[in-house]
Design a protein around this ligand. Structure first.
Ligand SMILES: [Zn+2]
Length: 571
């Protein structure tokens, strides 16, 4: 329970409009106070000679909703709803925005040497005394609903005063970009753009927290932390306030709280879980991206280029067939497959996923672990399908490619299948398919798409070093060679170095790049043409692949990736 009541307020205790008994009875009825507590308080209060209302406050047993009303009543403070438009704009000079937003305090008026503040919590004495000392005015408090305070603050501080550029420290979000977002729409826009940027870069959670005299905004991806940007600590309240605003919360919660919210952008709808915490150095927030909650087109947010997204969604929209996702390792595969599933299945469909280990649980799907297949269904996909009768099946990783034959039969029976395989490119998957002892006509009419995805490290923009010489060209010509040549001609190259900010790694996060081979009629005919395997692979990649070039070129152009790290896409 908070500390002492300010003397000034205590002296002004007026008559309450209603009797204490009436208020307590009302709160009993509303469930804000239990009969047992009231009985206990009556006894204790009589002994100590403390009025009942004060006792309920001192004991801290009242529901928070009842508190601010009661606080105002019992402290003799005004409790009022104020028209934000009536507050003079000049009032913003009396309280810094960060303090105002962080503690939900709105300066309302000044009469001679007295400053009236609207507050949600009248027990923030240290803050009030700092404001009092800073302004040389005595403070008067009015308790006000948090929502109203926020509206007043939005009126008083329409633009977060932009920090001088040397006060902004860039990370994955560079300084100029952060400053521009801030200039465009205050902290809310800065936070919103940062979250979209983070999700686009494969970052799964963003944390806003104090670190010394800075507030740091960092992202976490694949177990690694990277700075997005940082600002002087006085912006903490504004950043957290912007986040609360995005989540449609009435303000920064006074205690730890968890909620979810969605952002709608050009990339579709993104869902987040928001956690406000109170650490030793005050409030901070963690925002987790919830990929399984994304209801709209989201394949671009996992790293697919726009034309790849378009063709993939078109094929998934057929809601049949076999879709193969190839990755060099386990990283990032499940995320992409869940994004594909959401494109493919209608709401309410019976989706069964078989995962190596659960990354996120979703109530929408029947989720099995790989070992369930062995223990419950004798390792047979057909047996599993017979038992659970899925409308769609997702297999995170198919260890034995000969199992593909079994899956092809499932697909023929009408169950669309998403299946993960390991490989270094679309070509590997094609070679595997061509080697299967199964009727190629049946096989190639079943497969709809091969997608190959590779996570690429993002260079730490703080310490990346320019490569003075142009990299030498790889052997091999054709269309890919030409594109590579063009990229090399037009781009400055960087290599990783290492600094404190990236823990000496030289990298700060990852992004997914993909190439897609849709099984058009042309692809099917080519596969059935009986050409030598390598010739088939070459022709497919030359003529039918949706390559990663577009994304690679963009990332190279922005100096986000090292040349060596994207070379696998040119093999
Ligand atoms: Zn670095």
């Amino acid at each position: 329970m908070p500390g002492r009541v300010p003397e000034r307020s205590a002296q002004r205790r007026p008559e309450l409009g209603v009797s204490q008994t009436e208020i307590l009875e009302m709160f009993l009825k509303l469930g804000y106070l239990s009969p047992e507590s009231l009985k206990h308080l009556k006894m204790a209060g009589e002994r100590r000679g403390v009025p009942l209302l004060e006792a309920t406050l001192l004991e801290g047993i009242l529901h928070p909703d009842a508190r601010s009303f009661l606080l105002a009543e019992s402290l003799g403070l005004a409790f009022e709803d104020i028209d934000p438009a009536a507050v003079p704009l000049a009032m913003s000079e009396f309280v810094p925005e960060s303090t105002a937003r962080e503690y939900r305090i709105a300066p309302l008026s000044r009469e001679e040497d007295r400053l009236t503040l609207a507050v949600a919590d009248p027990f923030l004495h240290p803050v009030f005394s700092v404001i009092g000392q800073g302004t040389g005015l005595s403070i008067r408090l009015v308790v006000c609903p948090p929502r109203t305070i926020n509206r007043i603050l939005d009126r008083l501080y329409p633009n977060l005063q932009a920090p001088a550029s040397e006060e902004l420290e860039g990370g994955l979000v560079d300084r100029g970009q952060a400053a521009e977002w801030l200039a465009r729409g205050r902290a809310r826009t800065l936070v919103e753009k940062t979250l979209s940027f983070a999700v686009g870069g494969g970052i799964s959670s963003v944390r806003i927290f104090p670190a010394g005299n800075r507030v740091r905004v960092s992202g976490r991806a694949e177990g690694e932390n990277a700075l997005l940007f940082s600002m002087p600590i006085r912006y903490r309240g504004a950043l957290l306030g912007g986040l609360a605003e995005l989540a449609a919360l009435p303000g920064i919660p006074a205690e730890g709280s968890e909620s979810t919210f969605q952002l709608e952008g050009s990339d579709g709808v993104l869902s987040f879980q928001l956690l406000f915490l109170h650490g030793l150095s005050g409030p901070e927030a963690i925002v987790r991206h919830l990929p399984e909650f994304r209801p709209a087109a989201t394949l671009d947010s996992v790293g697919l280029a726009p034309e790849q997204v378009e063709i993939t969604c078109r094929l998934l929209g057929k809601k049949d067939g076999l879709y193969l996702l190839s990755t060099p390792g386990p990283e990032g595969a499940a995320t992409t497959m869940f994004a594909m599933l959401r494109e493919m299945v209608r709401p309410g469909a019976r989706v069964v996923t078989v995962e190596e280990r659960f990354r996120f649980r979703t109530e929408r799907y029947i989720q099995l672990e790989r070992r369930d297949l062995e223990t419950r269904y004798g390792g047979r996909w057909a047996q599993l399908a017979g038992a659970v009768e899925p409308d769609a099946l997702m297999v995170e990783f198919l260890r034995d490619s000969s199992d593909l034959i079994e899956l092809v039969h499932l697909v023929r029976e009408g169950v669309p299948v998403l299946c993960g395989v390991r490989g270094s490119g679309v070509g590997d998957v094609v070679r595997t398919l061509l080697s299967l002892p199964v009727d190629p006509f049946l096989l190639f009419r079943t497969v709809r798409l091969i997608l190959h995805q590779r996570l690429v490290d993002l260079l730490c923009t703080e310490c990346r070093r320019t490569v003075p010489a142009k990299p030498s060209l790889l052997p091999g010509g054709g269309k890919r060679g030409e594109m590579l040549e063009e990229i090399i001609r037009k781009t400055s190259f960087y290599m990783p170095a290492g600094c404190d900010r990236c823990d000496g790694k030289g990298y700060s996060g990852k992004i997914a790049l993909a190439e897609a081979l849709p099984f058009s009629h042309g692809v099917q005919s080519l596969l059935l043409a009986g050409l030598p395997v390598e010739r088939t692979v070459e022709q497919l990649t030359e003529e039918h692949l949706y390559p990663a070039f577009q994304s690679v070129r963009e990332l190279l152009g922005r100096g986000m990736v090292a040349y060596d790290d994207i070379l696998p896409f040119f093999r």
